[in-house]
Design a protein around this ligand. Structure first.
Ligand SMILES: [Zn+2]
Length: 421
């Protein structure tokens, strides 16, 4: 049966088309169509609400297969839907890793049965994500991977990374990188600064990230590969990317809400719910990341939604796993601290969840012949509805995610997600 909906009277903001106006939106079986072609559609009054292209999160850990005590495809995508996302890119650090076409196909069969939003699978760049032997780039792309990554780590061997980027450039697929030189980061568990000293814990210097950012930019320039740099944490990384973009390097970059809104001071207050990789850094780094959102050096906000159980996070600073959940809180946090705070206008903020991430997926969208992050006619990327003024308090007990490893419980926010279509 055809599912027809017309959203009426909402303020439509679509950076892909330069639109900001009151208009009706027609949706037929998930596709944007002219409302006048849907005479029998259900009408939903959206007066006072903001209608935007379905949000895309390019950095999500669904934990299935292998770690379904933390999250699974059903709960992770339910959390994505609650957070306002219609499309997510799942990271390949499952158990086993997404390192062969066969595993990707099996995973996508599970997705077809269980997922509540569109899931695009990132394939691994090395076998078992061990950083020793490259995967078959062509096969992974043919199996449906729009991007390739070893997220959670990166190959430490520069020659191997170069050959992977050459293969990726030839296949027209971006390489997505978790920038961490382990000879610099280990055994650090938080930023190497005064908080680490105060807590008596080993720190990770900024150079652990910056060395790999520099490597990747040099290799991208040489190979022509589209490199996408994940979850940036340091002001130095931001400045290198700004310069590389000026030089015409094919680079995109993301920032997470935690690096935008928290510093290493949060480690004192929130304990291991502020332990993540890369670590939360200092105020000048946070300010540099925010400035990079405003000038376009950073193209998109991605959550690095990383579920872990309470027991795992209770093991103390040295043993607890890195990462926090974020997909259900990112939009209210950004509306509160970026839009209402007057740092970004609404169009720029929406772009960071739509046209920004769509840049990373551009070659994939060209291949499937459908735009994502746009309300253009024919688009199948879905619709997200926001209420900019609703005041509410974050309550982790209401999360759809299986995990609650979140430092924002009890925080007041202005602006929320009404739903997705
Ligand atoms: Zn990562």
């Amino acid at each position: 049966m055809e599912e027809q909906v017309v959203l009426t009277g909402g303020r439509v903001v679509d950076p892909s088309e330069g639109v900001d106006e009151i208009r009706d939106i027609g949706i037929c079986n998930g596709q944007i169509v002219p409302p006048e072609t849907l005479p029998n559609a259900k009408h939903v009054n959206m007066a006072g609400k903001v209608i935007v292209p379905g949000f895309i999160d390019v950095h999500v850990h669904l934990r299935e297969p292998g770690q379904t005590h933390k999250e699974d495809i059903a709960t992770g995508t339910a959390a994505a839907a609650a957070g306002g996302f219609t499309t997510v890119v799942s990271m390949p650090n499952t158990v086993p890793a997404m390192d062969t076409a066969e595993r990707v196909v099996e995973f996508m069969e599970l997705v077809a049965q269980k997922a509540k939003v569109r899931v695009l699978p990132a394939g691994a760049i090395t076998i078992g994500r061990q950083g020793d032997v490259a995967t078959n780039v062509k096969e992974l792309v043919q199996a449906g991977c729009p991007v390739l990554s070893d997220d959670g780590s990166t190959p430490q061997k520069n020659g191997l990374m170069r050959s992977i980027m050459l293969a990726a450039a030839e296949a027209g697929v971006p390489v997505v990188d978790h920038c961490e030189d382990v000879s610099l980061s280990k055994p650090g568990v938080l930023h190497d600064g005064k908080i680490a000293k105060q807590l008596g814990l080993p720190g990770q210097p900024r150079s652990a990230e910056e060395v790999i950012v520099a490597r990747d930019l040099i290799l991208a320039k040489e190979t022509g590969c589209h490199i996408h740099l994940q979850h940036l944490s340091s002001a130095g990384s931001v400045e290198m990317i700004r310069q590389a973009k000026r030089d015409g390097v094919n680079v995109t970059a993301e920032a997470t809400p935690h690096h935008l809104f928290l510093t290493d001071e949060a480690c004192v207050k929130f304990g291991t719910n502020a332990k993540m990789a890369p670590p939360l850094r200092e105020e000048n780094d946070r300010q540099a990341l925010i400035e990079a959102l405003t000038d376009g050096t950073i193209d998109m906000i991605a959550t690095d939604h990383a579920p872990h159980t309470a027991e795992e996070k209770a093991q103390g600073w040295l043993k607890a796993p890195f990462g926090i959940v974020g997909i259900e809180t990112v939009v209210p946090l950004c509306l509160t601290h970026l839009y209402h705070a007057g740092i970004l206008d609404l169009n720029r903020l929406i772009a960071l969840f739509t046209t920004g991430p769509a840049k990373l997926l551009a070659s994939f969208c060209a291949k499937i012949g459908q735009p994502l992050g746009s309300l253009a006619m024919g688009s199948t990327g879905g619709v997200t509805v926001l209420d900019l003024e609703a005041e509410h308090t974050i309550d982790v007990r209401l999360f759809k995610s299986k995990s609650r490893n979140c430092p924002y419980d009890g925080m007041m926010c202005k602006g929320k997600v009404v739903g997705i279509y």
